[in-house]
Design a protein around this ligand. Sequence first.
Ligand code: SF4
Ligand code: SF4
Length: 340
Amino acid sequence: MGYELTGKGLNEAMEEWAKDYAIYGPRRFENGGRFSDTDCIRYGEVTSVDEIVFDQKSEFSFKEVLLPVSEVLFYYTEDSVKEAEGPKKGALIFLRSCDLHGVKRLDEMYLHNGPADSFYRKIRERVKFVLMGCERECTNGFCVDLGTNICTDYDLSVDLAGDGYQVDCKNEAFDDLLQQLCLRQKEVVPAYVTETSVRVKIPEGIDQRISGSSMWREYDSRCIGCGRCNFVCPTCTCFSMQDIKYTDNEKAGERRRVWSSCMVEGYTEVAGGGSHRKKNGDRMRFKVLHKFLTFKKRAGYHMCVGCGRCDDICPEYISFSDCVNRLEAGMKEVAANDSQ
Ligand code: SF4
Ligand code: SF4
């Protein structure tokens, strides 16, 4: 069912929803940007639709709601362990189509890739999604080539329409309130883009032999291994464990999982001082092939959703989409070497 609402009407709806849900959306953090006097758009709790930034892409994705940057899993003392309680309320997350496709990837990793992760599930079960329509393409995004530009699997959608909003509701739990607050009912189709300036061509038939291509060596020096590309990615899921000991009793403390990155030094270190991927180019290879080869073998679809955030954030101006577009030549190179 579709609805037309004024900003005041939508804010009244959000006030009601806030009784059951913490509402998250991309909002502006003034002076929170990378450079002095710049702002940052990232996810945070909002109380009104006016706080939500509709005309810019968030630097970080919705991921930090489902997978907090630092999450306490349990508390321990000498003789007891207590699991951390989940959030008191459910969550309502405003997000774009590519990011909503990203949720499917997180679910695949945390719920279906072996035993389900109970900490993730505890949050995930209580989350509802509000799709934000995309009227125009975003910088560096390539969602159309990955088929993530359209999404119908949402609870609600919200699009700006003149001074008001158009809402589509697919979850009848929200219908009654919207009927009371709307100006009128109407058919609503969330906006989506049909083409992007950045294109990717993912070659069919790439295989692990591409690990031997010379293309990866360029990234040994260009990439500085900062891990930013992983942290902003809605589909990167790696973390490290940290035990925090309390200072008044070292035998008591808490265990946290904290975001980590396959691009940073130390991530693949093993006992005895070994490391699976010492060079930055090898880490780039691992990341790209996870997104476009190994994940697909298991799940049947690509891991990357084409949001372009990794390109937006890289301090070395490394383009992930360019790298993907080089895979075909890389594959030809190793095939030619094999035939010699
Ligand atoms: S790899 Fe880059 S483009 Fe793909 S989902 Fe992650 S951040 Fe977005
Ligand atoms: S953001 Fe750029 S420099 Fe940093 S790890 Fe990723 S590719 Fe390398």
